[in-house]
Design a protein around this ligand. Structure first.
Ligand code: SAM
Length: 315
């Protein structure tokens, strides 16, 4: 099997999630919340011989690839098919509390290049974008049924696309002629409706709209805060949680959540005297997010916007 996804910030993730003395006690347990093709899990299992991992993914096709790749680790690697927020909210009784939790958010190169589900504006594919293609609305359902203003807001809110209104208008006009069911057709509609200067910028003019649709289809920004909180609840005291984000919307959620947990006092700001007797729930191990080296960006361009933030649970 050809692996198509290169794990991002791999050395940094290993470094920041490692125990201080570089060895875990027996039965150390990690949840890889976004297993993908298993690149991070593979490296952790290789580095720490007494570590066991359960890997989650909502997509059964990529999970099958990870199962094949990680079979060499036998019982040390387990798998769960489902959304990470659901998993943590209903954390199985038969699993130990994890010492490590990793989130490597978004989708994998596999999804863009091999899934055939319309994640990339470069390919002539069905406009679907569902990670779990047996539930919910596809991207095609959204672009063919939403009201213009709703669609414009979705595009703007989930990608900060400055031509969101113009793009929504063009989608509505075009779908009157025929339903939009193909990724390349949608990319062309977007390309044709934006000002010509925008067509020759650093990124394809459809990049942000495709990101917004993917986020909406998979409810990415709703699942994240819920997952962070319930993952924190099950994390062992002293355990570490690392999150790799790829755009400012998700990074903001992670940054603010971690910052709130690290505050000593959780009383409302308008209250003059502290009554919570509080102490911080976490130590922020990465005060500033860790980004890729120039070399990594050169070798693996999807890493260019990656940011890793790590906390240790104190109570
Ligand atoms: C960036 S990839 C992970 C790549 C992986 N670390 C590797 O090195 O191969 C993110 C993976 O998480 C999955 N995913 C995204 N959101 C999810 C969610 N809410 N619940 C479960 N899996 C999710 C995607 O299907 C994708 O396979």
């Amino acid at each position: 099997m050809e692996i198509v996804h290169t794990p991002v910030l791999l050395q940094e993730t290993l470094k920041w999630l490692s125990p201080e003395n570089e060895t875990f006690s027996d039965n150390a347990f990690m949840v890889d919340s976004t297993l993908g093709e298993g690149g991070h899990s593979y490296a952790f299992l290789n580095r720490f011989e007494n570590l066991q991992i359960i890997g989650l993914d909502a997509d059964q096709n990529i999970q099958a690839r990870a199962k094949e790749r990680l079979a060499c680790f036998g019982d040390r690697m387990k798998f769960h098919l489902g959304w990470f927020n659901d998993f943590y909210a209903n954390y199985p009784d038969n699993l130990p509390k994890p010492n490590l939790i990793l989130f490597d958010l978004g989708i994998s190169v596999f999804h863009y290049e091999k899934s055939g589900r319309g994640f990339s504006f470069r390919y002539d594919e069905a406009l679907d974008m569902r990670l779990n293609d047996s539930e919910g609305n596809s991207a095609s359902d959204l672009v063919n049924t939403m009201h213009e203003e709703e669609l414009a807001n979705l595009i703007f809110n989930y990608s900060e696309e400055r031509y969101s209104r113009r793009i929504a208008r063009a989608i509505i006009e075009n779908r009157k002629l025929a339903p939009i069911t193909n990724s390349k057709v949608l990319a062309q509609i977007i390309y044709d409706c934006v000002p010509s200067g925008y067509r020759h910028g650093g990124i394809h003019p459809a990049t942000k709209t495709f990101q917004a649709l993917r986020i909406a289809v998979n409810a990415e920004l709703n699942r994240l805060p819920e997952a962070l909180h319930s993952a924190f609840d099950v994390l062992q005291i002293g355990g570490k949680m690392g999150v790799i984000t790829f755009h400012s919307l998700e990074d903001r959620i992670v940054k603010n959540t971690f910052r709130n947990w690290s505050k000593v006092c959780s009383c409302p700001p308008e209250q003059p005297i502290c009554t919570c007797g509080g102490s911080a729930k976490v130590e922020l191990l990465t005060r500033k997010p860790i980004g890729p080296t120039e070399e990594e960006v050169k070798d693996n361009s999807p890493s260019r916007s990656a940011k890793l933030r790590v906390i240790r649970k104190l109570r």
